[in-house]
Design a protein around this ligand. Structure first.
Ligand code: DX5
Ligand code: ZN
Length: 230
């Protein structure tokens, strides 16, 4: 299959109803989500706690698209196998989470899943220069990780532009996570991003009983982003 450069919307289920994940996942997919983004937090690397491997395994049968698991944990390596076995299609790890990101990315690919490397807002683009051949995705954080609903940090735009240049013709996705809205999406897509994570901007105003709101929210982000490509 050829590399998919189209704009993809990846709702973060961090903003979903925590008592109803199966129905929430089915609703966002029915309303146009391209990927499902799962934010894993450990209360140590980031000041919040979310999903262990058993939770991710429970999400798996509901995800018909692509399950993207963003690990905000340190250390990482000891848990890669468990999240791969839970059914992740892609696992991403932070360059700041330990001294051996190269080994971590090799370990992710050794599990037969796609690998992503993540940069916090304070980490320069150059920090991933030597691992670009080991990844399927580079994730540029546009908020400090830990919580949904934060304000977009604009320095991620120039960082995205730099990384797209560093990638040359490699078939690697650039994902943006944090504060993505119809206003900020065009800025990062014009800079070279293709996968947009959005939590609050997708789930706001909707519910499993009002899923058309999710659809309208997804469409608003997609339309704004695609206009920036034209
Ligand atoms: C932040 C998470 C994000 C978050 C995005 O640590 O990685 O995925 O849920 O939320 P919004 O889109 O609300 O900024
Ligand atoms: Zn995330």
């Amino acid at each position: 299959m050829s590399f998919d450069r189209s704009v993809k919307i990846a709702p973060s289920i961090l903003s979903a109803d925590f008592a109803n994940f199966g129905a929430e996942i089915r609703a966002i997919e029915a309303q146009g989500a391209d990927w499902v983004h799962v934010d894993v937090m450990d209360g140590h690397f980031v000041p919040n706690l979310t999903f262990g491997p058993p939770a991710v395994k429970a999400f798996r049968p509901h995800v018909k698209t692509f399950m993207d698991v963003h690990l905000m944990i340190a250390p990482v390596d000891a848990y890669i196998e468990a999240y791969a076995e839970a059914g992740a299609d892609l696992i991403s790890a932070h360059v700041e989470a330990g001294p051996h990101i190269h080994r971590t990315l090799q370990a992710i690919r050794a599990q037969g899943v796609k690998a992503g490397v993540v940069l916090n807002p304070g980490t320069p683009a150059e920090a991933v220069a030597d691992v670009l051949d080991l990844v399927d995705l580079v994730l540029v954080m546009t908020v400090n990780p830990g919580f949904g609903g934060q304000k977009f940090i604009h320095s991620g735009i120039e960082k995205t532009r730099k990384i797209r240049k560093m990638l040359c013709d490699r078939e690697v996705h650039i994902q943006i996570d944090g504060g993505v809205t119809p206003d900020t999406a065009p800025l990062v897509v014009a800079a070279g991003a293709d996968v947009l994570v959005a939590g609050s901007a997708v789930f706001k105003g909707g519910s499993v009983d009002k899923p058309e709101v999710y659809g309208a929210n997804i469409k608003a982000i997609r339309d704004a982003a695609e206009a920036a490509r034209a």
